[in-house]
Design a protein. Structure first.
Length: 732
């Protein structure tokens, strides 16, 4: 029986070959996407493990008494907006621990650099970067210590006295615990749980359309297959034998698809590794798979295809005559809208009532989103039916009337082929709307804003005594591209902003805001920016007055030095000069650089959502195309009879096109609209923001994806003329 089933699958004519190819393609896409997602989760873990040694400052004491301690200090530096991890060490004995990727600890006046930082040092003037690092380069940090090929890392050797003065800590072992593996106090690394959640959502959003594609492909020419299997039953085949034949047909295609999916994953792995959704790209070897991953996917997807095939032919299992008993299914009821309405009401309820805890917020918002998504899937057939009735009721041509009546008779079938779009477009719309609004309100400031062109060096009490005015480098103002150098003094009022500046100074600077009418001194943020970084729509800012006389300002301890620039070269030269003059504490940086990291992470998530949409739209188009092709094959005789009665071929093509296009466009519009509405309700509740319209690129991607889907559907229409000729009505 298995040999007979294989013969039917592999040598059963053009129809069997087409079905085999389509199911194989669908399974290959599903396997490839699922493997890529699992490998992405493994890659996050592998990359996070290589961040472990950077958390050595919180490593527990070594149980080995023969290990010598060392001084350890890690800080974050920047260049052109890119983060540089700067590790400074000093051994207190010959047996001090050595970080991974290094042959030995660097001595005073020596340093190791990552390959990417080495290239940057060679390509950048020393005054802008190289002069910050004392000593000479003696080697390259190996891959075992690099989270990414683009990581900017430097390990500098110092004397114990220097590091003790800089506030370093003594350690006697290198941290080996991943930041996500129970490392207490780790602050360098990736939130792997959050990444796993994001990737899981991406996987679900990608796999749902693929599973619909597989199910649609399995139903290809379902009517003719049912008739064939029913004939076998009538000549004596048992239900078990029919099940075996059906399972073998699906398993053969599914196994071929699984092998093709494996090949697709390994072919695209180098490209996938370049996607920096954690902030930095992966090494290709990070995208690894375990034996369990491969078995789970390679066996799970084919089993799912077999189950889908069995369900598609379950009527034949009941009775060989069941295929002739076809009735119009019951229309869907309006109760399907209940989860959708409840989900929207839940998100709306929390506007002004945001839960206080993170867990409470997750429970409130995630449940609301899931209810809306479930409601969209459940309400899809009902919405399709309503749209079809409207189409039929307002039809002025036969094609629209026929298509509308057919969709209204069986809206479940019309919606089934495009239901995979619901998840993808809803997730993409929510992500795009939320991230666009968040980045616009609290993201990276404009490159021409003062938040991006100025940098500040702040002197906090824990960094030691504040400097005096004569310790501030006089050469700052002479750097080409430096517009102003401002000294901010400490505010003696603990209830106001940390710093104070005279209003006369603010008037001279202009770009840092101004004072209230009548004030002589302003209470300001240490970087002269403060919350203005989150208000990118305003070019001016009014600071509150400070309760101190203008003559007393210079007598207060210095809080910070703020340098405003007009060029990137001047910006980096000023930073280098400040680092060398004040090596203690946090290095100088701009507000734009602080905000850029979170903004880039959010933008990476938005790009992932765009990938979901761009992949899902063509897959939905393929599902529709397969559904159209299967429907044409099943309706050859009715269409042939219509042509014999005088209906033109172009009218039949309009009927078929409308049956496919109406559900596609309706689902896309409803999913995107609900996604933006859910995003708006979330933003109002969580952040009190109003949803901002996405960038033009979002609409271009949606339009392009729909255009590709429509083109795929259109490619099936020429076959209508070949299969609806007079000979079909005569032969059938």
């Amino acid at each position: 029986m298995i040999r007979f089933a294989l013969r039917l699958s592999l040598a059963g004519g053009r129809e069997a070959a087409v079905r085999l190819v389509i199911i194989t393609t669908a399974v290959a896409l599903g396997v490839g996407m699922l493997l890529a997602t699992l490998a992405g989760m493994n890659a996050v873990g592998a990359q996070n493990q290589r961040y472990a040694w950077l958390n050595t400052a919180v490593a527990p004491a070594s149980p080995d008494p023969s290990v010598d301690p060392m001084w350890w200090l890690i800080r974050e530096d920047y260049h052109q907006g890119r983060s540089i991890a700067r590790v400074e060490v000093a051994a207190l004995g010959p047996h001090a621990p050595v970080p991974p990727g290094l042959p030995r600890l660097p001595g005073p006046g020596e340093f190791y650099v990552s390959p990417a930082l080495g290239e940057l040092l060679r390509a950048t003037p020393a005054a802008e970067l190289g002069d910050r690092f004392p000593g000479q380069e003696i080697g390259t940090i190996g891959p075992a210590a690099l989270p990414s090929s683009e990581s900017l890392l430097i390990v500098i050797g110092r004397t114990p006295t220097e590091l003790e003065q800089l506030g370093a800590r003594q350690v006697d072992q290198i941290m080996a615990t991943s930041p996500s593996g129970g490392c207490n106090g780790c602050y360098v690394g990736i939130n792997s749980d959050g990444m796993a959640l994001v990737l899981s959502v991406v996987a679900a959003a990608l796999l749902f359309p693929v599973l619909i594609f597989i199910g649609t492909a399995t139903r290809l020419a379902a009517t003719r297959r049912e008739q064939r299997f029913a004939a076998m039953r009538l000549v004596g085949a048992t239900p078990r034998q029919i099940s075996v034949i059906s399972a073998v047909e699906s398993a053969a295609a599914a196994l071929l698809g699984a092998v093709a999916g494996l090949g697709l994953f390994f072919a695209l792995r180098p490209v996938l590794a370049t996607i920096p959704f954690t902030g930095e790209p992966f090494f290709a070897t990070d995208l690894s798979l375990t034996a369990v991953d491969v078995l789970l996917v390679v066996l799970g997807i084919p089993i799912g295809a077999i189950v889908a095939s069995w369900l598609a032919l379950r009527r034949v299992q009941i009775s060989p005559l069941g295929v002739s008993r076809r009735v119009t299914p019951k229309p869907p009821r309006a109760w399907r809208l209940i989860p959708l309405v409840v989900g929207l009401a839940e998100l709306a309820y929390f506007i002004g009532r945001r839960p206080d805890t993170t867990n409470g917020q997750l429970a409130a918002y995630l449940s609301g989103f899931l209810l809306i998504l479930t409601g969209l899937v459940l309400a899809g057939p009902w919405l399709t039916m309503i749209g079809a009735r409207v189409l039929a009721g307002r039809a002025s041509r036969p094609a629209a009337l026929i298509a509308g009546r057919r969709l209204a008779d069986n809206p479940q079938a019309g919606f089934r082929s495009v239901s995979g779009l619901i998840v993808a477009l809803f997730v993409t719309s929510v992500a795009t709307g939320t991230i666009t609004t968040f980045v616009a309100n609290r993201g990276e400031p404009r490159t021409d804003s003062v938040a991006a062109t100025s940098l500040a060096k702040t002197f906090w009490p824990e960094d030691g005594p504040a400097p005096t005015a004569d310790q501030i480098p006089a050469g700052l103002e002479s750097i080409a591209g430096v517009r102003s150098v401002t000294v901010v003094h400490r505010n003696p009022d603990p209830d106001g902003w940390h710093g104070v500046v005279t209003c006369a100074e603010l008037d001279r600077l202009v770009v840092f805001g101004g004072c209230r009418a009548g004030a002589e001194v302003a209470a300001v943020a240490s970087d002269l920016i403060g919350m203005r970084a989150f208000d990118l729509t305003s070019d001016t800012y009014v600071w509150d007055g400070a309760g101190i006389a203008a003559t007393e300002v210079d007598r207060q301890p210095i809080l910070s030095v703020v340098v405003d620039t007009t060029s990137r070269s001047g910006f980096e030269q000023a930073r280098t000069m400040l680092i060398n003059a004040f090596p203690q504490g946090r290095f100088p940086a701009s507000v734009g650089e602080w905000e850029a990291a979170s903004a880039r992470q959010m933008i990476q998530f938005q790009r992932l959502a765009a990938v979901v949409m761009l992949a899902s739209l063509p897959i939905a188009g393929c599902s529709l195309a397969v559904s159209v092709a299967g429907g044409l094959s099943d309706r050859k005789r009715p269409f042939s009879m219509l042509r014999l009665t005088g209906m033109q071929l172009r009218t039949l093509r309009r009927v078929v096109a409308l049956e496919a296009v109406v559900p596609l466009l309706a689902v896309a519009a409803v999913a995107i609209g609900m996604g933006f509405l859910a995003a708006h309700l979330f933003l109002r509740s969580q952040l009190d923001y109003t949803l901002l319209p996405p960038h033009l690129s979002f609409y271009l991607m949606v339009g392009g994806g729909l255009a590709v889907s429509l083109a795929i559907i259109a490619s099936t229409l020429p076959m209508l003329g070949r299969i609806t000729g007079p000979e079909t009505a005569r032969n059938d």
